[in-house]
Design a protein around this ligand. Structure first.
Ligand SMILES: Nc1ncnc2c1ncn2[C@@H]1O[C@H](COP(=O)(O)OP(=O)(O)OP(=O)(O)O)[C@@H](O)[C@H]1O
Ligand SMILES: [Mg+2]
Length: 358
């Protein structure tokens, strides 16, 4: 869990020191006062990138030279201080004042699961968005997955380059194809495991969140999943001529998709906006459990503006569903449930913490 967040020149913050409690922390503030910026800073340390921008420099406060984020955390009774500096020359990370050489070493130090409302486009976006969505989650619990994934991308690029050439070096081509089959089997296995986990657990979570039950099932569509090596070799052999003609590898895990269904119809075509939001939230909550089960450590739940479209009953259901996870929620309004429950209310005004006594 995170015990403290310190920011210097990060987005709208010149300076911020924020103590966090182990359960629910609510950041309350008006539009544009700096709530999402706080979640973005935590997300950045966790994922070594922002969820809002690919341009790291945009996170540096205007007219400042660098931004700094420090997170103090408690993991298995060990206190850690994780720091990042974003500078025009690059981004730097350190753990307990030891600088990190490979950013991959940062992954897993702080695991977060973030919900933000616009991500509901996931259900109607292109397959690549869904692939990326689930890949990021699997990467949090498996460095091998990330490694295999990078290997696959490299092999795919090599294979496609070969397909574009006039003459094909058959021996090399078969070697690449064969290697590609091996890593794909591993990748699709892990994708399958995550989806199976979600399917087995999502109904119970949704039932906790919703007064009216919605059946949800995710179908993992892949030409690779549950196929053995020999079968895949045969199918790649069969498709070789087509791949040569089209000058690109047509089948493989780079074409996988996930159909998120309610009673066999894609949720984007059948559910209301509010229901879609709850389904996304339920997927995130199941992923929290998945990460916990696989890594032994509960990730931190970041919920950006989650309350605004929920009716009062669903708000209470949500708060009850997240009691045992460290959570940071942003909201524009103080809600009654936050007063009653044991939550840490933090009021933000113009990117400063408002002192309750003031
Ligand atoms: N690099 C930057 N330097 C200075 N200020 C910035 C920078 N990037 C963003 N901001 C400011 O941060 C503010 C937005 O903060 P944030 O997105 O956290 O708001 P919010 O409280 O989440 O609002 P909402 O309720 O509308 O979601 C804006 O006022 C914006 O001008
Ligand atoms: Mg916001």
């Amino acid at each position: 869990m995170i015990t403290k967040l310190s920011l210097s020149n990060f987005r709208s913050y010149s300076h911020l020191e924020l103590n966090l409690t182990p359960n629910i922390n609510v950041i309350i503030g008006k539009n544009g006062h700096g709530k999402t910026n706080i979640l973005e800073a935590i997300y950045f340390i966790s994922n070594i990138r922002s969820h809002r921008t690919r341009n790291d420099l945009s996170m540096i406060k205007h007219d400042s030279e660098y931004a700094r984020i420090i997170i103090e955390s408690q993991k298995n009774d060990k206190h850690n201080k994780i720091m990042s500096v974003i500078h025009s020359k690059g981004k730097y990370f350190s753990i307990n004042n030891q600088s990190i050489k490979k950013t991959s070493e940062m992954l897993g130090m702080i695991n977060t699961v973030l919900f933000y409302p616009t991500e509901t486009t996931l259900f109607s976006d292109s397959p690549s968005v869904r692939r990326n969505f689930f890949d990021v989650e699997i990467g949090k619990v498996s460095q091998i997955y990330t490694y295999n994934f990078q290997t696959f991308n490299r092999l795919l690029k090599d294979r496609n380059q070969m397909l574009k050439r006039e003459a094909l070096d058959d021996i090399l081509f078969e070697m690449i194809t064969s290697e590609m089959i091996d890593v794909q089997i591993e990748i699709s296995k892990r994708r399958f495991i995550l989806i199976q986990y979600i399917n087995q657990n999502i109904q119970a979570v949704l039932d906790k969140l919703l007064t009216q039950s919605i059946p949800i099932n995710i179908q993992y569509k892949s030409t690779v999943v549950n196929q053995d090596r020999d079968a895949l070799k045969i199918s790649y052999q069969k498709c070789k001529q087509r791949d040569i003609q089209l000058k690109a590898t047509q089948d493989g895990i780079h074409r996988d998709d996930y159909l998120i269904l309610s009673d066999d119809i894609e949720v984007s075509k059948v559910l209301s906006q509010g229901q879609i939001r709850m389904v996304l939230l339920a997927i995130k909550l199941v992923i929290v459990d998945f990460i916990y089960e696989k890594s032994g450590i509960k990730p931190i739940l970041l919920l950006d503006d989650v309350m605004s479209e929920l009716d009062a009953d669903n708000q209470i259901n949500l708060i009850n569903a997240i009691q045992d996870v460290q959570t940071i929620i942003t909201t524009t309004e103080t809600l009654n449930i936050f007063e009653k429950q044991n939550v840490n209310n933090i009021h933000i005004v113009n990117s400063h913490i408002r002192n309750e006594e003031a």
